[in-house]
Ligand binder design. Structure first.
Ligand code: BEZ
Length: 323
C-alpha cells in the first residue's frame, strides 16, 4: 500500500513535470556573432540562467552567426513579433536616427574601461529608452572590443590607408571617418568578412582584437593597427509586441538576468582586448600602435561636422570629459 502510494506520488510528479515542460514558452534570440564570440557565449548563459530561474517555463533558443538573417532583417522581425530578442550593433539604429551613432566618435574614450563608464551615463540611458520608438523593448548595453584596424599590406603612416577599401559597419559616422582619411569605406556584415578579406574584395577592415584572432583575419594581414580609435556598443533588445505577452513574473526574471549578463559582457572587455592583443603579438603580423595624432586632422574635422549634425554628441563629450 505504502509502495503504491509512493509510486502514485512519483507518477504524479512525472505528470507534473511533463505538464510543466509542455507549458514551457519558447522564445528566440538572434545575433550576428559566431559561437566563440563573447556576445554569443553570454547569450547562451542568459538562456541557461533564465531557464533555470523559471523552472524551465521560459526557454530561449539562441541563433548566432546571423542564422535568422542580417541585423536589418532581425530588426524587422522584432518589430513584427516574429523574433523575440536580439543582441544588435547600433548600425540599424543609427541608420534610422543618427543620434545612435554618437558613440562612434573617434577617441571619445581611450579604452574599454572608459567605454564601460560611458555606457552607464545619461546619453546611453536616454538612447536605451528611446528604442521604444522602434517598437522595441531595451534591456541594456553590451559592447565589443575597442575598434582596431587590420590591413592586408604594411602600414607606416595614415597615408597607407588612403585609397584602400576598408570594411566598416554601415554607420554614417564611421563611413565619414574613413572618407576623411581618403579611404573607400566598404560596409559589410560580419559573417561575410572573412571571405571578402581573403579574396581581396576589401583591403582591410575596422574590427576588434577578439574577432581578428577568433576569425583568423590576421592570416591574410600585413599589419594590425592597435588604434583603439572607437568604442563599439551592443544593444540588447526585445520585440515590444512580444514583450507585452510575457507574464509579469517572467518579465522580471528576464530583465534581471539580462542586466546582470550585459554588465558582465561590458566588464569583461578590458581583459578580452588585452588577451587577444597578446595572442596577436605571437603571430608574424606586425602590430603597429596608432593614436589620435596618427590620423592627423581628420578626427577634429569629424567632430566639427558631427557636433552640428547630432548635438547629442556635445552631451556625450561632456560626459567623457568628466571620466
Ligand atoms: C562587427 O561587425 O565588426 C562586429 C559585430 C559584432 C561584434 C563585434 C564586431
Amino acid at each position: 500500500m505504502k509502495a503504491a502510494r509512493i509510486l502514485t506520488a512519483a507518477a504524479a510528479l512525472m505528470v507534473g513535470l511533463i505538464g510543466a515542460e509542455a507549458q514551457a514558452e519558447q522564445y528566440r534570440l538572434g545575433l550576428i556573432t559566431p559561437p566563440p564570440h563573447q556576445w554569443s557565449k553570454s547569450a547562451v548563459t542568459v538562456a541557461d540562467r533564465i531557464k533555470e530561474a523559471t523552472n524551465g517555463r521560459v526557454e530561449i533558443l539562441v541563433f548566432p552567426s546571423g542564422q535568422l538573417g542580417n541585423e536589418a532583417q532581425m530588426l524587422q522581425q522584432l518589430q513584427t513579433g516574429a523574433l523575440d530578442f536580439a543582441f544588435l550593433t547600433l548600425g540599424e539604429f543609427a541608420n534610422r536616427d543618427a543620434d545612435y551613432g554618437v558613440f562612434l566618435a573617434p577617441y571619445i574614450v581611450k579604452d574599454a574601461a572608459g567605454a564601460r563608464q560611458i555606457l552607464k551615463g545619461g546619453v546611453a540611458q536616454k538612447l536605451l529608452g528611446g528604442v521604444s520608438k522602434f517598437a522595441l523593448k531595451g534591456f541594456g548595453w553590451g559592447m565589443a572590443g575597442m575598434r582596431q584596424i587590420v590591413m592586408r599590406g604594411p602600414v607606416a603612416s595614415v597615408a597607407d590607408l588612403s585609397g584602400k577599401k576598408v570594411r566598416t559597419v554601415p554607420f554614417a559616422q564611421e563611413l565619414d571617418f574613413w572618407t576623411r582619411l581618403g579611404a573607400a569605406p566598404t560596409p559589410m556584415p560580419l559573417p561575410a568578412l572573412y571571405d571578402a578579406f581573403a579574396n581581396g574584395q576589401v583591403d582591410g577592415m575596422q574590427i576588434d582584437f577578439e574577432g581578428t584572432w577568433n576569425s583568423k583575419y590576421y592570416e591574410h594581414a600585413g599589419a594590425v593597427l592597435a588604434s583603439n580609435h572607437m568604442m563599439f556598443p551592443m544593444i540588447a533588445v526585445g520585440s515590444g509586441r512580444k514583450w507585452q505577452t510575457v507574464p509579469k513574473e517572467d518579465q522580471a526574471v528576464i530583465e534581471k538576468i539580462m542586466a546582470e549578463e550585459l554588465d558582465g559582457i561590458v566588464g569583461a572587455y578590458a581583459e578580452i582586448d588585452a588577451t587577444y592583443l597578446d595572442k596577436l603579438k605571437t603571430t608574424s603580423v606586425p602590430v603597429v600602435n596608432a593614436d589620435r595624432a596618427f590620423f592627423g586632422g581628420a578626427v577634429d574635422l569629424w567632430y566639427q561636422s558631427w557636433r552640428e549634425k547630432t548635438p547629442l554628441l556635445k552631451e556625450l563629450e561632456k560626459e567623457a570629459a568628466g571620466l
